[in-house]
Design a binder for this molecule. Sequence first.
Ligand code: ARG
Length: 469
Amino acid sequence: MAPSTPSSVVSRSGRFSGGPAADVAAFSESISFDWRLWRHDIRGSVAHATMLRSIGVLTAAELKAIKAGLATIGAEIEAGTFTWKTELEDVHMNIEAELTRRVPAGAKLHTGRSRNDQVALDVRLWLRDEIVALLDEVRTLQRTLVDLGASNDSVIIPGYTHLQRAQPVYLAHHLLAYVEMLDRDHGRLMDCFDRANVCPLGSGALAGSTLPLDREQVAKLLGFVGSDGKPRVTQNSMDGVSDRDFMVEFAAAAALLAVHLSRLSEDVILWVSSEFGFIRIADAYTTGSSLMPQKKNPDVAELTRGKSGRVIGNLMSLLTLLKGLPMAYNRDLQEDKERLFDSADTVRRCTRLMAAMLDNTTINASACARAAADPLLLATDLADYLVGKGMAFRQAHHVVGAVVALAEKTGRPLDRLTLADFKGVDPAFTADVTSVFDLGQAMARRRLTGAPGTAEMKKQIARWRKSLG
Ligand code: ARG
């Protein structure tokens, strides 16, 4: 029999004499944010209904009607014509109530299912899609960084420690450091996908069901399968409804990705400053000041740096949310979604915009060359030169320190000292000392795996080009 009003399928039917106080309804609703699970909710319901048909709970005609009804509702949601009702609390109830209003068999859809395993299913389905999309954005950003480095592969900049000029590196080498970080982010997201990719449906409210549900069939229909093609279903009903580890893992992977993007942003912000002037960002990716007419600000990078705060916060919120929960489902868990959505939305946008901004960034090669021409960047090479002459490194370090002090005292750059100056500090210096200050040669000398040398940098670019396609 078709219930005549949507509210008759609400969880309160039967047991309660009336609806919740208006304040309570507004306090406990989640439709204002979980509506976005609608696609996955419908997908899950179609799989569940298909299984209910195969175990004889639904007739073929009922299944057909349910599927058609859900498809129509999906189309209406997509078109923006579906009316969400706050009094129906959440996405699950909104869709089921509307389906049942239109299709009598809708009243059988919730057989052997609880909103507890339904929402656990929906968020897993949603997160899987989200991770796939994010992985794609991460790859795009990696490619952008490789391309920017490759098309400026002769540009050398100072490498910094303590934000003090340290040793020369290729700009490409600096950018490839982020490609490495992003690759680990990619790996972490893949791991997270694997853990999310287990079907909780059939866990019921917390204790499964007395009905002969075919959990494996549902899992297969929803793509919860391992690389061996076997269905993957949760193995404990209480864990199945209350496990949010996969969300925490995603939030952690997202937070680390956000931190990497924030570090990259910081480099961009420094590089675009007048003090560095290493890069120029296209107007479309910068903003002006309402007061100072000359300003062109790197707001995309600044906001990316700033937004890492909320992504880190979301991870803390989720952990705190979970830590005191007794078994099994508790309504507290409704609070997980906004944090999850926010982390996913934020890192996806930041990753996409970072790639777009860098795609519209040019390198100021002459400013980079001016900075990289600082001979002090090669002070360590000078010590290595003395090591090559047989001197102990500690002594060489001391000698070069004295040479640097002499240069400073006499107001000359390191490479303008005469051979007599060098010899005056230590007789180990010979005429070939000038070759130390040839930057091209200095870069060629850096041959170790992972070093910023010319050949190695080109090798790394080629490696990434190949693996990123
Ligand atoms: N909106 C709820 C959530 O997000 C769905 C599950 C509600 N279950 C319940 N027994 N009240 O967690």
